[in-house]
Design a protein around this ligand. Structure first.
Ligand code: SF4
Length: 212
């Protein structure tokens, strides 16, 4: 549930869009395949770390077809510095195999189809649709969840409920708002000691975690 007034929501939205006019993911990618792989790797892992891993991975496996034929051990070795690398290596290969078998080698541009792929949950599918296709969807990661709650835009206990609250509150410009909230949560409204003195929303924030 959102307890903000429509005017406050509009003001929060306006400020996010003004401060992050070109917000986009910090993951490096050149095409849909690379974005999907990077998003799968980024679960519980920083974008910085993923960007260190992917150049060698994409050199060895430049497309879905090559990844579908990969040896699991070899993929594990290449992504070893990523958290949960064993599971992720398995998911990456299974994802590529399913794309080859079920989708003729074309990664689907639809969030419901993406969610059928191994290693791709609701948040990851939405991130891909937002970033690559600009679809008007919200994706809730740890940053978006925290920011939405601190700003009184949701009181839901789950990412899906928070996503629904944000969609109902903002309605339009969701791709840019998603990216803006990720960057805002990563660099300003951080989990520990948020930088409230640098915050462009501090006059609208009534969070208990608000500091000086
Ligand atoms: S004032 Fe502090 S806690 Fe509130 S939104 Fe800004 S950074 Fe986050």
């Amino acid at each position: 549930m959102v307890w903000r007034t429509p005017q406050e929501i509009e003001e929060i939205k306006r400020r996010f869009l003004r401060h992050y006019p070109q917000a986009r993911t910090e993951l490096d990618y050149r095409n849909l395949y690379e974005l999907l792989v990077a998003v799968i790797l980024s679960a519980q892992c920083t974008d910085k770390r993923v960007n260190l891993i992917t150049p060698k991975l994409f050199e060895r496996y430049p497309d879905v077809a090559s990844l579908a034929r990969a040896e699991r051990r070899e993929v594990e070795e290449l992504i070893r510095s990523c958290s949960f690398f064993k599971n992720k290596a398995k998911y990456l290969i299974e994802m590529a195999q399913m794309v080859m078998e079920r989708y003729g080698g074309e990664i689907p541009g639809d969030e419901r189809e993406l969610m059928k792929l191994p290693g791709v949950g609701r948040k990851s599918a939405h991130v891909v649709m937002i970033e690559y296709f600009g679809k008007n969807l919200m994706a809730v990661d740890t940053h978006v969840f925290r920011v939405a709650h601190r700003l009184g835009l949701s009181d839901s206990k789950t990412p899906k409920g928070t996503e629904e609250d944000l969609v109902m509150a903002f309605r339009s410009d969701l791709p840019r708002l998603h990216q803006a909230m990720v960057l805002f949560g990563r660099y300003i409204c951080t989990a520990r000691t948020p930088k409230c003195s640098d915050c462009f929303l501090s006059d609208l924030c009534e969070s208990d975690e608000k500091g000086e």
